[in-house]
Each structure stands twice: as structure tokens, then as C-alpha cells.
Design a protein around this ligand. Structure first.
Ligand code: XMP
Length: 509
């Protein structure tokens, strides 16, 4: 199989580069710059190499540098950002703080004729993030692109094998980024498109089988796509040595607990333990109104229930988790402000000392995990499930949580979801009902009623970091409102949330 080496110099986007290469059905292997020798690179038979970006300056103390001989192996190399500067430095050019200042964000790019830019218009927008720049080209190199502030936004050597770009072709803000990477892979490295998701499944299963030989593995199944795909992969690898524990905290959506049990225990025959712990959670939440406190109680109780079960099972050797790559990046940002303390099963190992942790999806992005889920035969309802917060309906019931309120919200939410899904058209990326703590007056059959107010929330978003409220057609909203007030006794009013994020968050708590 043709493969590309992604030589990692500590950039934020190393996985994204690999993901883009995989998107073109070419296998990409990420290696830290100091964990592979030039000889190993030569022997591995890579079709090409990509040097990633990184936070350093090439002349800085301890700057990550690789052997300059890599540039003479005859395999094409594409340096990105720091990788571009490093290539210039290694090949005898000069890198310095850009005289005209750093460039950050969307930047106009003008390209010249080069195999790297085949099919790329002369002028387009790229995404830059740099302070240093290549100020003097190495011998035998020529500049092949420029931006307003950067005369060497890209370079190529006379052999047509070495290329550097100051901008980031791997991010979607670079309009022609896909075309540029495609040119590198196919016009320059002459890769074949012979990598498929099936190859990932085969090698992940094989890897787990080898590394988990004879060991017992415990996985906390949440019902979300990540832990679900991890469970099915692991079951393929080690069968009955995998036990999945599904903690039903009683704050799930209508029918969800049964669906998870039926899918995993039934269809896939996975050894599944469902713990119906709703009463325990409600007891702990009694009288609690403050959102952060609710989140913390639910998270802590979740760990307690899980730990108790692990102990009963005689503490399995390995903890398995459905961690995916964006979780890895997010958890690395230790200094960002806490808006909400997220509760995920990913928070488990801090408290639980397992001999080993296995995370088979750690290098993948959400859409790749979905592709695998589909290939493994998971139901579409699960594979394309919208995100659901760990604390569940606990953060969608404003004020104190009671069993009656959970039941009311489950009914209203099920109606909203069913009506939106019946539309066939994709109206929102996440949609749910919230039970407010505002009671209000209504009238029904000439009599006064007094009951709860439900808010409907539906948002359109790419990444859930920002979101717009969905423009759901009025007649759909009308149908939902009418059904909820008619079919769910106790709810007399339905309102629609028209706040974007920011300033609001997606969830109400
Ligand atoms: P917010 O409310 O922060 O939500 O705008 C952004 C996205 O994150 C989901 N969310 C959570 N997911 N554990 C999770 O796994 C949590 O504690 C949690 N809180 C919010 C939310 O549903 C939305 O998709």
C-alpha cells in the first residue's frame, strides 16, 4: 500500500493533515520527528513526506529539527509552516522574523506555475499563522507563491521534489488546500488510491487482538457513536473478554436505554451490563438547582456507579474508551476558561488506576468514526445520532430535577424530535426540548390550566463552538406545539429559543 509519512514537529494540525491524506484514500503514518531515523524512512518506502507546522522558531533553543539528509532521499517532501521554514533552514536558506510583521488568518495568496498548484487559480485565499518567514531562499529553490506580507509563501526546488508552503493547506479556510494536497499526493508523489476505511478496521482489530491478548477489558458505553464504535471494534478483536457497562442514569431520552441495550446486547451480542441507577442519581440531585453543581453530582455519581461495577467484576485489566482526536486536543487546552464542566466517560481514568487504557479511535475524527460505524453495521440512528450531553436531561431541566419532570420532558422531547425527523429535510444539527421552571396559565375546554413551559431548541452548526438558531418552518413549530400541549398533560405552553451561540450556549445549563 502506498503511504505518506507525516513528520510531526509539534503542530496543532498533524492529525488533520493525516486525516486529509486519508480522505484521498492514501494511507498516512504520523511519526514524531525524533522517533524515526533517516534510514528507517528510506527503508519504509514512503511515497512522500509532509513536515508539519509547529510552535517553534528554527533557530530557537531546543527547536525540533530532523536530519537534513531526509531532503536527499529522493522522496518528495512538502513542508508546511514550520516545516516549510525548517526545510529552508536545512537546505541552506535563511529564516527570520518577518520584517512586515506576522500574518494570521485568511490571507490573499498569488501562485505561480508549479505542479503543486495545478488547477489552482492565480489568486485565492489561504490561512496563515506565522511570525517567522523564509527571508532568503536556499540555493536551487524558487518562490512559487507570495502574499502581501510574505514574498516566499511557497517554494519549490529545481528537482521538483521539495516544496514548502508557509500557509496551512490542511485547514478548510485555505480555499485551494484540498487541490494543493491532492497535487502533492498524485502529481508529485504519484500515490495510488489504495487505502480504505476497511483497512483501518482490519488493522485496528488486529492491533487490539495482539496488544490485549489474554486480558479482560471494561468499556463504559454511553450510547453515543464513539463508545459504540469502540465497543464493536473491540468485540471483534477480543470477543467475550470485553464487558461493556452502560450506566443508565435515568436522565436519558425516551426509549434510549432500551435502544442501547437491544442494539449492543441483542444485535451485536456484546457482553453488556445495564445498570439502572436512575433512583440513585435522583436522590443525589434532590433539592439541587445550580447547573454546575448538578453537572458535578451527575459526573461523580457516574464514576461511583461504574467503579462499584468494576470492583464486582474483579477489576478488569484494561479500561477501553471511545476517545476521538478532537477530545485529545480539547483536553490538552488546560488554560482555557471553563464554561461548563463537561461530563464524559473520558473523565474516568483520573480516578481509576487500570493497568492499561486502550483508545482505538484516538487518531480519528468524528466523520471517520461514523464511516467505521456504518461499515461495522451499526444502525443509522446511532451512527448519525446528534450529540447528547453526558449529564443528559439533567441539564435540560431547569431548577430541581424530579422523576415527574424527567417524564414530562422525555415525552415533549420525543414529539419534537419525531416531528423534525418526519420532515425528511435536514433542519438542524442538534434539537431538543428543555423544561423551564416557569409555570404559566393556560385555558383548555373553557377551564383554566396552570402548568409547565417547554422551550424548543434547535441549532445549525459545524463544530458546536458557535451555532445559529434554526429557521424551522412555522407550520412544523405549530404542529410540535399543538402535539405537546395536547398529548403531554402538565405542559401548557411551548416557546422557541431564538438565541445564537454566542451569546447563549446550545444547552440551557
Ligand atoms: P454548549 O451548551 O456548551 O454545548 O454550547 C456544545 C455541545 O456540547 C454538548 N455538551 C456536552 N457534551 N458532555 C458532553 O459530552 C457534557 O457535559 C456536555 N455539555 C454540553 C452540547 O449538547 C452541544 O452539542
Amino acid at each position: 500500500m502506498d503511504k505518506i509519512l507525516v513528520l510531526d514537529f509539534g503542530g496543532q494540525y498533524d492529525q488533520l493533515i493525516a486525516r486529509r491524506v486519508r480522505g484521498f484514500h492514501v494511507y498516512a503514518e504520523i511519526k514524531p520527528y525524533d522517533k524515526i531515523t533517516t534510514e528507517e524512512i528510506r527503508r519504509a518506502g514512503y511515497r512522500g513526506a509532509i513536515f508539519t507546522g509547529g510552535p517553534n522558531s528554527v533557530y530557537g533553543d531546543g527547536a525540533p529539527r530532523c536530519d537534513r539528509q531526509i531532503l536527499s532521499l529522493g522522496i518528495p517532501v512538502l513542508g508546511i509552516c514550520y516545516g516549510h521554514q525548517l526545510m529552508a533552514y536545512l537546505a541552506g536558506g535563511t529564516v527570520a522574523p518577518a520584517a512586515s510583521g506576522s500574518e494570521y488568518g485568511k490571507t490573499k495568496l498569488r501562485v505561480k506555475d508549479s505542479a503543486l498548484f495545478r488547477g489552482v487559480p492565480e489568486e485565492s485565499v489561504c490561512w496563515m499563522s506565522h511570525t517567522d518567514a523564509v527571508t532568503e531562499l536556499p540555493p536551487g529553490f524558487a518562490a512559487i507563491a507570495a502574499s502581501e506580507k510574505c514574498a516566499c509563501a511557497a517554494m519549490e526546488d529545481e528537482t521538483g521534489r521539495l516544496f514548502g508552503v508557509q500557509f496551512h493547506p490542511e485547514v478548510t479556510h485555505t480555499e485551494q488546500g484540498g487541490q494543493i494536497l491532492r497535487n502533492f499526493l498524485f502529481e508529485i508523489c504519484h500515490c495510488r488510491t489504495d487505502w480504505q476505511m476497511d483497512d483501518f478496521i482490519t488493522s485496528a482489530v488486529e492491533h487490539c487482538r495482539r496488544t490485549l491478548s489474554g486480558k479482560s477489558v471494561l468499556l463504559a458505553l454511553s450510547g453515543g457513536v464513539d463508545s459504540a464504535v469502540a465497543a464493536v471494534l473491540l468485540q471483534k478483536a477480543i470477543g467475550d473478554r470485553l464487558t461493556c457497562v452502560f450506566v443508565d442514569h435515568g436522565l436519558l431520552r425516551k426509549g434510549e436505554g432500551d435502544f442501547v441495550e437491544k442494539t449492543f446486547g441483542g444485535t451485536f451480542g456484546i457482553r453488556l451490563i445495564r445498570l439502572n441507577a436512575g433512583a440513585r442519581f435522583l436522590e443525589k440531585l434532590q433539592g439541587v438547582r445550580e447547573p454546575e453543581q448538578k453537572r458535578k453530582i451527575i459526573g461523580a455519581e457516574f464514576i461511583r456507579v461504574f467503579e462499584e461495577e468494576a470492583r464486582k467484576l474483579g477489576k478488569p485489566d484494561v479500561l477501553a474508551q471511545g476517545t476521538i482526536y478532537p477530545d485529545v486536543i480539547e483536553s490538552g487546552k488546560g488554560d482555557s476558561a471553563v464554561i461548563k464542566s463537561h461530563h464524559n466517560v473520558g473523565g474516568l481514568p483520573e480516578r481509576m488506576a487500570f493497568e492499561q487504557i486502550v483508545e482505538p479511535l484516538r487518531d480519528l475524527f468524528k466523520d471517520e468514526v461514523r464511516q467505521i460505524g456504518q461499515k461495522l453495521g451499526l444502525p443509522a440512528a446511532l451512527v448519525y445520532r446528534q450529540p447528547f450531553p453526558g449529564p443528559g436531561l439533567g441539564v435540560r431541566i431547569i431548577g430541581e430535577i424530579t422523576a415527574q419532570k424527567v417524564a414530562l420532558l422525555q415525552e415533549a422531547d420525543a414529539i419534537f424530535r419525531a416531528e423534525l425527523e418526519a420532515e425528511g429535510e435536514h433542519l438542524a444539527d442538534q434539537y431538543f426540548a428543555v423544561l423551564t421552571d416557569t409555570d404559566s396559565v393556560g385555558v383548555m375546554g373553557d377551564a383554566r390550566t396552570y402548568g409547565a413551559t417547554v422551550a424548543l431548541r434547535a441549532v445549525c452548526t459545524d463544530d458546536f463552538m458557535t451555532a445559529a438558531w434554526s429557521r424551522i418552518p412555522y407550520d412544523v413549530l405549530e404542529r410540535v406545539s399543538s402535539r405537546i400541549t395536547n398529548e403531554v398533560p402538565g405542559i401548557v405552553r411551548v416557546v422557541y429559543d431564538i438565541t445564537s451561540k454566542p451569546p447563549a450556549t446550545v444547552e440551557w445549563e
